[in-house]
Design a protein around this ligand. Structure first.
Ligand code: NAD
Ligand code: AKB
Length: 329
């Protein structure tokens, strides 16, 4: 069996994806790659791992040849908040990096997974139950790069018959690896702040509704889409994907039902608020449900129970609850 390669494997999604893929297909079948290396007893180091910059096409193809890669989960990217402060870098990594991956996939005839985002929509898109096929005029560099990615993946499928598939992820919530500088990171930070200090200062307005998803659903969705019968896929790049939509005040209320003295206050960051205001309140994911049987397992209540349990277990570990967006790393 040809091997699977994951780019950006040390990020929020990649860290959990390589563990799941290795559990399913075997440790040596999954090659993690990133511009950083896992260190010490990091579980992500238990299996093949290569230092790889997706902006280096020669190194990319060499790694693919050495490991006989048949499938690429291309996760390396810059997220929305960091992307707005470094638009040039966001374009280079998100677009040129994807282009290098698609060219390599064309050469080695690989299947490619591309993660798109709710960021591909903009203020002129219908905000409620955003349709699968609708207006896409994003106003962030992140959105521009993700929309370009969707189009490039469609093109490589149509023109070169590459099996490209993609999902428009909502904000992802997880406890194993910190989020990487997005607009939705508050929905992770809030749990650490609640468990440690019983209070959180949120950078979005209390009524800002956004789609969110718990990481186990996101990982399952990626693998299910990649295994789906291609004859049933009308959209490929990329499917709207939904599980729950909530505002900061609704999430805070759900946490308060479990931590009675939890308090939330608000100090709005205009940059991230502007991004959030341009994204949908909630998406219609009926195409994913119809074409490959998508069903989320975690709603708000179940996600909050699970997050609080696991974040409490990690309460003694060092953790910087400010997101990478604010830290700029
Ligand atoms: P992340 O920021 O946590 O991880 C990205 C990884 O890419 C990092 O480990 C980083 O070191 C690596 N990277 C950066 N530049 C690189 C380069 N030039 N070459 C190789 N690796 C490089 O991101 P994530 O949250 O894991 O997101 C993965 C993908 O999913 C991204 O494309 C993102 O746009 C998309 N996505 C994420 C979310 C979310 O909420 N996490 C939502 C929608 C879409
Ligand atoms: C971000 O906020 O940038 C990501 C995303 C929704 O794409 N979480």
């Amino acid at each position: 069996m040809k091997r699977i390669m994951v780019t950006g494997a040390l990020g929020q999604i990649g860290s959990e994806l390589i563990a799941t893929l290795r559990g399913r297909y075997g440790r040596d079948q999954v090659v993690g790659t990133d511009i950083r290396m896992p260190i010490g007893s990091d579980p992500r180091a238990t299996g093949p791992f290569e230092l790889l910059d997706v902006l280096d096409p020669n190194h990319l193809t060499r790694v693919m040849q050495i490991y006989d890669i048949g499938t690429i989960y291309h996760l390396a990217a810059i997220l929305s908040a960091v992307g707005e402060s470094q638009p040039n870098q966001a374009w280079r990594i998100n677009v040129n990096g994807l282009y290098n991956v698609l060219e390599a996939a064309r050469y080695y005839r690989c299947q490619v997974f591309f993660p798109s985002s709710i960021g591909v929509f903009g203020p002129t898109t219908p905000r409620d139950y955003t349709p699968q096929d609708t207006v896409q005029r994003p106003e962030t560099m992140y959105g521009v790069t993700k929309l370009t990615g969707e189009l490039l993946c469609d093109y490589y499928h149509r023109r070169f018959d590459i099996d490209t598939r993609g999902l428009r992820f909502p904000g992802l919530i997880s406890y194993k690896t910190d989020p990487g500088g997005g607009t939705t990171d508050y929905a992770v930070e809030i749990f650490y702040a609640a468990v440690r200090h019983s209070r959180y200062t949120c950078y979005l307005r209390p009524d800002t509704s956004l789609d969110m998803m718990y990481m186990p659903d996101a990982i399952r969705a990626m693998i299910e889409l990649m295994q789906a019968d291609p004859a049933r896929l009308r959209h490929r790049n990329a499917f709207n994907l939904a599980a729950m939509a909530f505002t900061p005040e609704q999430l805070a209320a759900a946490i308060r039902r479990r931590i009675a003295d939890f308090e939330i206050s608000y100090r709005v960051d205009p940059a991230r608020q502007t991004i959030a205001d341009s994204w949908p309140n909630c998406m219609d994911d009926s195409a994913a449900r119809a074409e490959w049987g998508w069903r989320p397992e975690y709603d708000l209540e179940r996600m909050v129970d699970d997050m609080l349990e696991h974040v409490a277990e990690r309460a003694d570990e060092p953790h910087d609850s400010t997101s990478r967006a604010r830290r700029g790393s």
